[in-house]
Design a protein around this ligand. Structure first.
Ligand SMILES: Cc1cc2nc3c(=O)[nH]c(=O)nc-3n(C[C@H](O)[C@H](O)[C@H](O)COP(=O)(O)O)c2cc1C
Length: 424
């Protein structure tokens, strides 16, 4: 098991001996805005391409607390800390000048960071030799936004949240009937340098929604952006820095070339993405077996990727009509019984989610490429959100669980990556 993962496990004792006191006034900013002299323009949601971009990471709700107002987004995020930033290259996209952009969440704008030419672009950093028509996305993390609260465990959340953002790209691409491919084997070192991240922000993954332009070779574009602060405050976390740097280079990657198939109606999907929220607690309502099967079909679709790592999905059936209670994996029961209370306890005693929900999930992996496997867990989690909400069923991600006790329950010794619950 990767040392970082072992040293960031939660246990019944650890969460009681390391209480976390936070002052919300010190919360790092969750927005990165490039200075005004960059060329920016607001998204026009009437335009198909810009509507597509908005449905990846746009603001969709406002919450008011005594400490201030907060905005929630299309994509979920552990603790609503939103550590990730989204960048992309466009080439040959209607209505958008060819170039490299930052998606400015706060103002729903695109910031042009760098123009590209026909024979230069980001393609080689993604492993492509020819020019690619369409979008090449990059997902980064400003880890302090999350480590401010979650300390050493935050790298896990940066990766899960990044996976959700990749899942968000996948879901929004379906509005245009497009498939996307995850690209983990990107040149992180070079990209981090060119984007001026200064080790406070890191590239985690690429994602391509583009097709090759035959006979148009491209060379790697060179540029040097200045550092732009995306968290207001910052404290280095040496453990997380080491974990990132040790997992930057991938090894023995296996490609997944089989495309996923989803059966969503565009209009209903768009409404689902726009209205998506995390359910704060379930009322012990049941779901039907048909709904469960529909959701699982979406979850088990392949993820197109240049580094596909195996992630196991364990399912605790609490309330699915016509299905026996028990622990279930890939269509087979591992054990029968009522494990609702157990699932609630394992999710750091969040009983209103994993116990009162219809189904609880635990995702594990023993694969090698930590950044790729963890982000895949986030993508799977995102598919679970989208499919459940599409069916009118609630969903919540659960990043906090008792790692070793989950292992004992599912009877494996893999890394426990994520838990989720769905229900009514
Ligand atoms: C990786 C991840 C872990 C999460 N963990 C929890 C959790 O342990 N408990 C919980 O109530 N919500 C959890 N959530 C839900 C977030 O709190 C929620 O996404 C965030 O507050 C934004 O709200 P929204 O999803 O409704 O937009 C998690 C979400 C993600 C993406």
């Amino acid at each position: 098991m990767f040392w970082y993962h072992s040293t960031t496990k939660h246990s019944y004792n650890s969460v009681r001996t390391n209480p976390n006191r936070l002052s919300w006034e010190d919360q790092p900013s969750t927005y990165k805005n490039y200075p005004e002299h960059y060329k920016k323009r607001k998204l026009d949601l009437e335009k198909e391409e810009e509507n597509f971009l908005y449905h990846i990471a746009g603001l969709t709700a406002k919450k008011s607390y005594p400490s201030g107002e907060y905005y929630l987004r299309i994509n979920p995020s552990a603790g609503a800390l939103y550590p990730n930033e989204l960048y992309f290259q466009t080439r040959g996209v209607e209505g958008i000048e060819d170039g490299i952009y930052h998606y400015e969440v706060l103002s729903s704008s695109l910031t042009l960071l760098q123009r590209i030419t026909d024979d230069e672009g980001l393609e080689p950093y993604f492993g492509y030799k020819t020019a690619m028509k369409g979008y090449l996305f990059l997902v980064s993390a400003i880890y302090y936004r999350s480590s401010w609260k979650y300390k050493n465990r935050a790298f896990r959340y940066c990766l899960l949240d990044a996976g959700h953002l990749l899942g968000s790209i996948e879901a929004s691409a379906l509005l245009k009937s497009n498939v996307v491919e995850m690209r983990y084997d990107i040149d992180r070192e070079k990209l981090n340098l060119m984007f001026g991240f200064e080790d406070r922000e890191w590239m985690l993954a690429g994602c391509s929604m583009a097709i090759p332009i035959e006979d148009q070779d491209v060379s790697p574009i060179e540029f040097s952006l200045p550092y732009v602060d995306g968290s207001r405050t910052f404290e280095p976390n040496p453990l997380i820095e080491q974990a990132y740097h040790e997992t930057m280079h991938l090894e023995s990657c296996k490609r997944e070339v089989k495309a996923p198939e989803f059966t969503y109606y565009t209009e209903k999907l768009q409404e689902t993405l726009f209205k998506r929220r995390s359910q704060r607690g379930f009322q012990e309502g049941a779901i039907t077996k048909g709904q469960f099967n529909y959701i699982m079909e979406s979850v088990h679709q392949p993820v197109l990727s240049d580094c596909d790592e195996e992630v196991s999905v364990y399912v605790v059936i609490n309330r699915v009509l016509d299905m026996p209670l028990g622990l279930y994996k890939e269509g087979e029961y591992l054990k029968y019984g009522d494990f609702a209370r157990k699932a609630g306890y394992l999710s750091l005693e969040q009983y209103s989610l994993s116990m009162q929900g219809a189904v609880a999930f635990f995702l594990t992996s023993k694969a090698k490429n930590y950044q790729a496997l963890y982000q895949k867990a986030g993508i799977i989690g995102h598919r679970l959100y989208v499919a459940s909400l599409y069916m009118g069923i609630g969903c919540s991600g659960i990043g906090a669980y008792y790692d070793d006790e989950v292992n004992a329950f599912v009877e494996n010794d893999e890394m426990v990556l994520y838990a989720l619950a769905i229900g009514k």
